[in-house]
Write a protein that binds this ligand. Structure first.
Ligand SMILES: CCCCCCCCCCCCCCCCCCCCCCCC(=O)SCCNC(=O)CCNC(=O)[C@H](O)C(C)(C)COP(=O)(O)OP(=O)(O)OC[C@H]1O[C@@H](n2cnc3c(N)ncnc32)[C@H](O)[C@@H]1OP(=O)(O)O
Ligand SMILES: NC(=O)C1=CN([C@@H]2O[C@H](COP(=O)(O)OP(=O)(O)OC[C@H]3O[C@@H](n4cnc5c(N)ncnc54)[C@H](OP(=O)(O)O)[C@@H]3O)[C@@H](O)[C@H]2O)C=CC1
Length: 535
């Protein structure tokens, strides 16, 4: 496909209302675009941006599976009628007609796309954005390989049969090579060829796969990062036939600016932990305050991805370019500072019905982590469950806490290390953009104000994940005050009980106690005597 197209890919920039129209937006006009993973966090934001900036695009094909009792159409309807798409309806009123949901299941070898649909995709698609993946860290290797490697291979095979295809953009992760400290914009080979892994998954049984998984993933922390690295290798193997680019985002967070700040719709990455901390469940977490918190807003990832799609199609680079979509070397924020900003945001934007007052800290070693897990996580959960039992209710806090601690333990790897990602290609792309494109498809995170971003993030978590209304803030604040009083009362009672026990057992403690009581009595007598004299 490389070098096949001869039509004018650099249309003259048009003027809209006195402003030069974005070249990237103009590029997507009239295009048929295929997106996988369009129902996911990034996919939705990507699709929204495309519709909003290029309402004249021809069609967006999305590969969807039925889920949670919803048909394809119901899922699409729900997305288009969500808050995220509110602005799209003004710019592109016929958005319903421009989206075509195609039944597909990436868990199946042929992706389960019907013959007719496949034919349409093959003959019409101009650009592919491949976002679908399993992002679970603990996925079974067989499933992770199927989704992140085999499905990518299948999709590339389809892409190679698309005569009109101008670019194939693969979304990977900046952590696909997290076993390295410095990561360049290159594909690093894994010791075992992806083809061999795919083949072996077909005949090995689950027990054997479980046994060999640690050996295969080696010094990577989970099957996710390993299979994303394999996915990149598969992409590289197809790159001689296709015009491909890879985008590697770091930890994707809530929107920074578009379509509005703070939008988020799943618990991945920091979002789940923000809830856990804001509700008072999470009190300590093993993390290095000085390690870089390489968060990247989801709208920044979408903007870069669309810019990459345009650049790849128009310039047809000779080799597969990889773009790191990271914040660390442009505008670093550190876990300590971020944690502090999250806690500060809870003061202004408290969550409703908190279990305890939000307070958390980073612990730096395994022993202190275990201590805080016992004292601050497990013990309160056990006490609360005891209270639930006493009041005739079903205990649930210990189970919830165990789940949280399991989640936290899976994220810890990323909280205790810093990586350096080189960003030559990303910077090159930025410099290739016209001022208007830099504005419309902004991915320059140097402009990001972390304090403001984190505040909007916490607000977004409250509104869009917890579905809590801002009208409830005064009540939430009152609840936190009550929790503070209970906390003081509880601690005082605990102290008195401990002291009473000590007095009963130790002569030394009794002596100290009598000394204090005696001292207080004398002080009060003196105070009373001197005030009587004054009168
Ligand atoms: C001064 C200092 C103060 C310190 C203050 C601290 C403040 C705290 C906030 C600071 C933020 C810190 C954030 C750190 C985040 C680090 C993230 C690093 C991520 C690196 C990512 C690499 C980038 C990528 O490429 S991958 C994309 C990201 N992927 C993920 O994040 C997936 C992670 N999730 C999983 O793998 C699984 O969900 C797992 C293994 C964690 C849990 O699996 P399990 O089978 O046990 O549960 P589920 O069925 O999945 O869900 C059960 C239940 O839990 C809810 N849930 C799911 N995920 C999370 C989550 N991340 N956090 C919380 N809760 C989660 C889920 O909705 C379910 O709830 P139900 O009610 O039962 O439905
Ligand atoms: N979130 C993050 O922090 C980061 C994400 N990335 C990468 O970005 C991409 C998008 O991630 P994100 O949006 O966060 O992930 P989500 O989990 O939100 O979305 C995953 C998407 O893949 C789809 N999918 C999963 N399994 C199947 C299947 N069997 N058949 C069809 N579709 C399927 C999901 O569909 P369904 O709705 O039906 O489940 C969903 O649309 C991924 O490639 C990920 O590796 C990279 C770095 C960080």
């Amino acid at each position: 496909m490389k070098g096949h197209l001869t039509r004018n890919l650099f249309p003259e920039p048009q003027k809209t209302k006195g402003r030069v129209m974005s070249t990237i937006a103009a590029f997507y006009s009239g295009k048929s675009i295929l997106i996988t993973g369009a129902t996911g966090f990034l996919g939705k934001v990507l699709m929204e941006k495309l519709f909003r900036t290029s309402p004249d695009l021809k069609v967006i094909y999305i590969l969807v599976r039925p889920k949670a009792g919803q048909t394809l159409q119901q899922r699409v309807f729900q997305i288009l009628n969500s808050k995220l798409f509110e602005k799209v309806k003004d710019v592109c009123p016929n958005v319903h007609e421009k989206i075509r949901a195609i039944y597909a299941d990436l868990n199946q070898n042929d992706l389960a796309i019907s013959k007719e649909d496949k034919q349409e995709l093959l003959s019409c698609t101009d650009i592919v954005f491949h976002c679908a993946a399993t992002v679970r860290f603990d996925d079974h290797l067989r499933h992770a390989v199927q989704l992140n490697v085999t499905a990518t291979q299948q999709l590339l095979l389809m892409a190679s049969q698309m005569p009109k295809l101008e670019a194939f953009i693969h979304i990977s992760t900046a952590f696909s090579n997290c076993n390295l400290k410095h990561i360049d914009e290159v594909i690093y080979p894994c010791p075992v060829e992806p083809k061999k892994i795919i083949d072996s998954m077909e005949w090995l049984d689950d027990a054997i796969i479980d046994e060999i998984t640690p050996k295969l993933i080696g010094d990577r922390p989970n099957t996710y990062t390993y299979t994303k690295a394999l996915g990149e290798m598969v992409v590289q193997q197809e790159s001689s036939n296709l015009n491909i680019a890879i985008v590697r985002p770091s930890i994707v967070g809530a929107t920074w600016q578009e379509p509005f700040p703070g939008w988020v719709d799943n618990l991945n990455g920091p979002s789940g932990l923000i809830i856990a901390a804001g509700k008072g469940f999470l009190r300590a977490i093993r993390g290095t305050p000085k390690a870089v918190a390489d968060l990247i807003p989801v709208d920044t990832v979408a903007n870069l991805t669309l810019a990459v799609g345009w650049y790849t199609a128009v310039n047809r680079p000779k080799s597969t370019l990889i773009y790191h979509c990271t914040s660390g070397n442009f505008n670093p924020c550190y876990w300590g500072k971020m944690g502090f900003q999250v806690l500060a945001a809870f003061e202004k934007i408290p969550f409703e019905r908190a279990f305890r007052r939000p307070y958390a800290d980073f612990t730096t070693n395994t022993i202190t982590t275990q201590y805080w897990n016992a004292v601050s996580h497990r013990a309160p959960a056990i006490i609360y469950d005891f209270y639930l039992r006493l009041t005739g209710r079903k205990p649930r806090m210990t189970k919830l806490m165990n789940r949280l601690l399991r989640t936290v333990s899976m994220l810890e790897y990323f909280l205790n290390r810093s990586w350096e990602w080189s960003t030559y290609n990303t910077e090159m792309l930025m410099s290739e953009l016209s001022p208007e494109d830099q504005r419309v498809f902004n991915f320059d995170v140097r402009q990001l104000n972390w304090l403001e971003y984190i505040e909007n993030y916490v607000l977004g978590v409250k509104k869009y994940l917890l579905k809590e209304d801002m009208a409830g803030v005064p009540k939430a604040k009152q609840h936190l005050k009550r929790l503070r009083n209970i906390h003081y009362l509880f601690n005082t009672a605990l102290f008195l009980i401990a002291w009473r026990l000590l007095i009963a057992r130790s002569q030394m403690a009794r002596n100290v106690w009598f000394f204090i009581v005696n001292f207080c009595y004398k002080f009060l007598s003196y105070f009373r005597a001197s005030s009587t004299l004054k009168v």
